[in-house]
Design a protein. Structure first.
Length: 203
């Protein structure tokens, strides 16, 4: 473990959903998760093709060592099944700012409590353990599902960076930027916990 890193790779868990620091032991599980819905065919996501899963993880580990990304495997605690991944990235320790992204879930686990659990864990750790002042998100301007999910968290839209990055198919995307401040977090946390409780009670 690199003691100089702002964010240490510590595991987190809530409501049967665990976040484990991503490593090569998750390769097979992550590959199967991506195959659930053939997610790599969605042009507005960063899901790896099955044959590229190992290099995807290796790249995440290199970025972790450099201190600018910490990727997690999303795991069903009771079974050990890997169902997706999410990351802290664009980490700026001096500003106490991180972004949450590189997030995707196996299709059969989308629109469940999983996203709310993961965001609650990551945001709580960022604001309450790391003392972050700002947590940010970014997404493709055509990824309307992602934009809706981010806005549902209570994040505010900062703006759009035009011609900002390449998509996997080589086209150039605009990037929609969002953020939440530490002052906005308590109310957002209460709303997220309430939504999660209602979902679990109705499941």
């Amino acid at each position: 473990m690199n003691a100089d890193l702002f964010i240490q790779p510590v595991p987190m868990s809530i409501h049967g959903i665990s976040l484990a620091p991503l490593d090569l032991s998750h390769e097979e599980g992550l590959r199967y998760a991506a195959q659930d819905g053939e997610l790599w065919k969605i042009r507005v996501t960063s899901v790896p093709e099955p044959e590229n899963t190992k290099s995807y993880i290796e790249n995440a580990l290199e970025m972790r060592q450099a201190g600018n990304r910490l990727a997690y495997a999303i795991v069903i605690a009771a079974t050990g099944q890997v169902i997706g991944t999410s990351s802290y990235h664009d980490i700026v320790p001096a500003l106490k700012r991180v972004e949450i992204g590189w997030t995707w879930y196996a299709k059969s686990w989308q629109k469940t409590h999983v996203n709310a659990c993961c965001k609650l864990l990551l945001m709580t750790h960022a604001f309450e353990t790391l003392g972050c002042k700002v947590v940010g998100w970014r997404t493709d301007n055509f990824n309307f599902a992602s934009q809706a999910a981010i806005e549902k968290l209570g994040a505010r839209k900062d703006g759009v960076l035009r011609g900002h990055a390449f998509r996997r198919d080589g086209t150039i995307r605009d990037t929609v930027m969002y953020s939440m401040t530490a002052g906005e977090w308590p109310e957002a946390k209460a709303q997220l916990q309430h939504r999660l409780t209602r979902y679990l009670e109705s499941a």
